[in-house]
Each structure stands twice: as C-alpha cells, then as structure tokens.
Ligand binder design. Sequence first.
Ligand SMILES: [Zn+2]
Length: 247
Amino acid sequence: MAEADSAGVDSGRAPLDTAAPGLLPDVGPLVPESLARPRVERPTLQRWPIVWNDEREALTQAYLAHHHGGPLTGDPSADSHMVPRMVVIHWTAGPNLRSARATFLAPTQKNSRRRSRWNLVNLSAHFLVDRDGARVQLMEPTRVGRHTIGLNHLAIGIENVGDRDRWPLTRSQVESNAALLRWLVQEHPSITHLIGHYEYRRFEGTPLFRDQTRFRTGRNDPGKPFMEALRYELRDLGLLGPPEGAR
Ligand SMILES: [Zn+2]
C-alpha cells in the first residue's frame, strides 16, 4: 500500500540503520587488495635516455618558475621531480621511434637562440611506443618533462609513433599503452587521471592546471578513437578523464 508507506505507517520492512556502531564484526575490506588486482610485471622497455644534464635541469627549473610561478616543492634538489597524478597520451606526428627520440634528445630546442631562457628547455616525453607496440623509456617517470602545457608538473607523457592519416595509430599501440599504464598505475598509486593531449585545456581553472602564461596550443592528438579504445582496455582501473562539463 503505497499510501500507508508514505503516511509513515510501519510497512513491515526492517529499518536500515538500527545496527549500533561497534556491534558488527570487523571483517576488513570486502576484497583483499592482493586478490583485487593481480600484480603487474614490469613491461619490456628499452632504455634510450635523452640527455639530462645540469643544463636541462636548470632550464626545466626556469620553465617551471616561469609557467607555474615557482618550484614544485621548495626543495631545490627536487625541483624537476614530481609526484605523477596523470598520464597524457600523445602521437608524434612522425614515422618512427628514432626521429621521435631525436626530437627530444638535446636539452634545448632547435632554433633556440631567439628564445627566452624560460622557454629554452626542449620538449620531452617519458615513454615512446612504436607502431608495432615496442616501448622505449626516455626519462624517469618522476621527472618533469615538457609535453603538455599546464600539466607538466604532474603528468607522465607517452608518445605514440604516428598520426591520424599517414601513419595511423595501431591496435598494437593500444595494447602496449594499456600494459604500460597498468604498470605505471601500480608503481605510482598517485596516478588518478588518464587523458589524451587534445583534452588538456579542459583542466584549465581546476587545481591540477598550473600555467600563468597565456600561451596555449590547439591539439588533436592522439585522436578520440585511440583514447576510447585505451579507456575500454583499462576500464577496471577507474582512472578519471577530464572534468565533466568542461569544454
Ligand atoms: Zn601531444
């Protein structure tokens, strides 16, 4: 009888909140952490480190000071280190691993003589994934690389060799990115977000985004289909995307 229920007459159902605190046995988590997710082995990664010398360190700090308004931690010895909160997926717009790595190798950008000191540090990413799925690590995942305006201070960058039309991203890359991400999320539990580079501006105005310059670039990498496929592969991890309702 719906009317009796709505009038507050006892419908015979037990109230939900009668258990006094402390009377229920402490059974711990419903699913132990160790059973919830099998341990992920470190995926195969070739190491092709980019040059990280005193110059790159100093220029990275200059970049952070200019774009973010100061060092990350206040500890001068840790200025180019970060606690990763996010992974940003890119495409290289180039044909192969070697050309991508060559772009990131040197501490300073090409044609850098005309640039200001705060803008000198070269672009970089933490990992490269070839079109057959082979993976390369270029730098430590806890150092700040320059790959995504406003989010560099907390984001690991993964570059995928290819683009939309000339060298389309592949299914092998989706699976390779997924395996790498599973390991990164395990090793860095601080990671809560996964985005495509084209989604970065949706963080503007949130506490995660830090860039006090007006410089922004339009991005469409790595394309929506790639991110949809990757998010489907990793749906059990519960990683967040850009904020709802943002442009
Ligand atoms: Zn990108």
